[in-house]
Design a protein around this ligand. Sequence first.
Ligand code: ADP
Ligand code: MG
Length: 213
Amino acid sequence: MTNLMVPHEEHSPLQHTGLGEGRIEVICGPMFSGKTEELLRRVRRAQIAHQPTIIFKPSKDTRYNKDQVTSHDANALPSVTVQSSEAIVAYLRAQTKPITVVAIDEAQFFDADLPRTCAHLADQGVRVIAAGLDLDFKGIPFGCMPELLALAEEVTKLHAVCMETGRPAHFSHRIAGGDNTVEIGEKDRYIPLTRQAFVEARKQNPGEEPSAS
Ligand code: ADP
Ligand code: MG
């Protein structure tokens, strides 16, 4: 049989016609790497293609307005704040028209069921775009992210600019605040660093556990 599929343009939501091309895309990286910007870019393109979209974010993320997702660049789109992955399913079930693109920001703050929920949605034909921190401030894989990364068809790792060296940064170093894994903050609390700068910076916090090795 002839293959009628057109070549796949990477990241192009226009290839996702709403005809049931379910998949999981994960956008990850440290703080300030442009994850939210990239999520918003993909959602906007899906909207240009007239695809019904919803952006969810966890109630743990108390920065900015609770009714929108905002990047550090002050880019924003309306969003729905939910407590859990179960609440995402309940919200989608309550919609009168089918949603073909589901975007989830700050995915690392969700419960352990999020990867399974995303896989279930993708199985049903939904394009799931999840953005989140791959590592916590100690350099340890963050919450449900490893499983989500494993289940995803496509993973985009972004880098921020290292505040010590100006090079691509993969780590989010906490410069103020306690030792809890979840500590909501901005530039006052976190700076992106390269591995080398991160290792050096962590040596100056002798009271804390070393990062995962
Ligand atoms: P994330 O969601 O990954 O935290 P955002 O998409 O919200 O990131 O913000 C990315 C924006 O943050 C960049 O476009 C830039 O304007 C700004 N920014 C501030 N500090 C940095 C940095 N150290 N490296 C890269 N971008 C930075
Ligand atoms: Mg973000």
